[in-house]
Design a protein around this ligand. Structure first.
Ligand code: AOF
Ligand code: ZN
Length: 375
């Protein structure tokens, strides 16, 4: 029994709802992953989390599991319940019909079709409504969705792996492997939680990478509730001259692939399942802002960049990277090996400033999460 005015209980319940929300991060996109709890007193009557797009939202899952016991319950939900008819009917209507007494939401839904209307509708139905509890934890877990709703494009994170001397490949291009198995499994998890994996033709030609999600490599962290079949993110290849051969692993049929090329690229006979879109060219290569716009139209919340130093450097310089995820391995690759980024700078005043969000050890390697400064 938690003894106070109820606010400690509210925090505990919302913290649990956030845990449940995270369990849907591999399946919910382009929907935000949301967690929901129905509670009476200190007892959790049911839990629900967002299913695949077009299927039930978190609140509906929790209501279904509770049945008639939902009447009079308090609802803890990590995002404002929706009030619109999207791929599914409004959660607000289902909550009202079930007769819940109180709704505690962590944050408003940034979707302009909802944005406060869900909370208002619940209040109008006589339900006690509060919003903002643990918002500082709720927003980061659906950051890509929030950015897509607010600024029109999702979150772009660039993943890099380097040696202690900041090298990412030998002069020959050989780069397998710099980091150990735990770090590579960590990348698999990042991929699985992404809507798109962006790379360049240089990386594809050098590594013949598949860039698919292999759930067996991180099965230990999938959670018991994980439905079978993790979603395969869209593989996006920037290949202005259409140099990637039809036999490349990245064009395999086991995951969707979008090949972006220049308008005047030579014709190529690629497998029919590979979607090809022409993008205008910028100063060097495809116009990267247009590339990101193309991904926004495809409702990509989370975009993981896994490419070589040239494209990563260009994206960083264009201000299109929101976060760098850098794995640093305890090895030295020497001075003829390739650098982390192709970004020629002359003066100390030109240096790109980064803010460290997180540093942690992953197996024998270190993972830095960094945000480029605005200026
Ligand atoms: C909720 N609970 O679990 C989620 C919500 O097309 P639909 O019907 O699936 O609606 C998608 C929108 O619903 C999505 O853009 C976001 O605004 C909201 N997501 N809302 O009540 C949930 N995932
Ligand atoms: Zn909903």
């Amino acid at each position: 029994m938690i003894e106070d005015d109820g606010s400690a209980r509210d925090r505990v319940m919302m913290a649990r709802a956030l845990v449940i929300a995270r369990q849907s991060r591999f399946i919910a996109a382009p929907n935000p992953h949301v967690g929901c709890l129905l509670v009476k007193g200190d007892t959790v009557i049911s839990e629900g989390r967002t299913q695949y797009a077009g299927e039930a939202h978190a609140e509906i899952m929790a209501l279904r599991a509770a049945g008639t016991a939902a009447a009079g319950a308090t609802v803890y939900v990590t995002l404002e319940p929706c009030s619109h008819h999207g791929r599914t009917p409004p959660c607000t209507d289902a909550l009202i019909e079930a007769g819940v007494a109180r709704v505690v939401a962590a944050m408003e839904d940034p979707n302009p079709r909802v944005s406060g209307r869900g909370l208002q509708r619940l209040r109008e139905a006589g339900i006690r409504v509060e919003c903002g509890l643990l918002a500082e934890q709720a927003e980061p877990i659906i950051k890509g969705f929030v950015l897509r709703m607010r600024r029109g494009r999702g979150r772009v994170r660039a993943k890099l792996a380097m040696s202690m001397d900041g090298r990412t490949a030998m002069a020959s291009g050989e780069s397998q492997w710099i980091t150990g198995a735990p770090a590579r499994a960590d990348v698999q998890r990042q991929r699985a939680a992404s809507c798109a994996i962006l790379t360049g033709s240089g990386t594809v030609l050098a590594d013949n990478c598949a860039l698919t999600v292999r759930p067996e490599s991180f099965a230990d962290t999938l959670g018991e509730a994980q439905p079978p079949g993790v979603r395969q993110p869209l593989r996006v290849v920037l290949d202005s001259r259409r140099r990637v051969p039809a036999t490349a692993r990245i064009l395999s049929a086991d995951a969707p692939t979008l090949l972006l090329h220049a308008t005047d690229a030579p014709a190529a006979a690629l497998p029919a399942h590979v979607e090809q879109v022409a993008i205008p060219e910028g100063a060097s290569g495809l116009d990267l802002t247009t590339v990101m716009r193309e991904l926004a139209t495809r409702q990509c919340n989370e975009i993981l960049v896994e490419c070589g130093p040239t494209l990563t450097g260009a994206l960083l310089q264009a201000g299109l990277i929101d976060e760098l995820i850098v794995y640093m391995a305890p090895c030295i690759m020497g001075s003829s090996a390739r650098p982390l980024l192709q970004l020629p700078l002359d003066a100390m005043s030109d240096k790109v400033k980064l803010t460290t969000l997180d540093v942690r050890r992953v197996g024998e390697d270190w993972r830095f999460t960094l945000v480029p400064s605005a200026s």
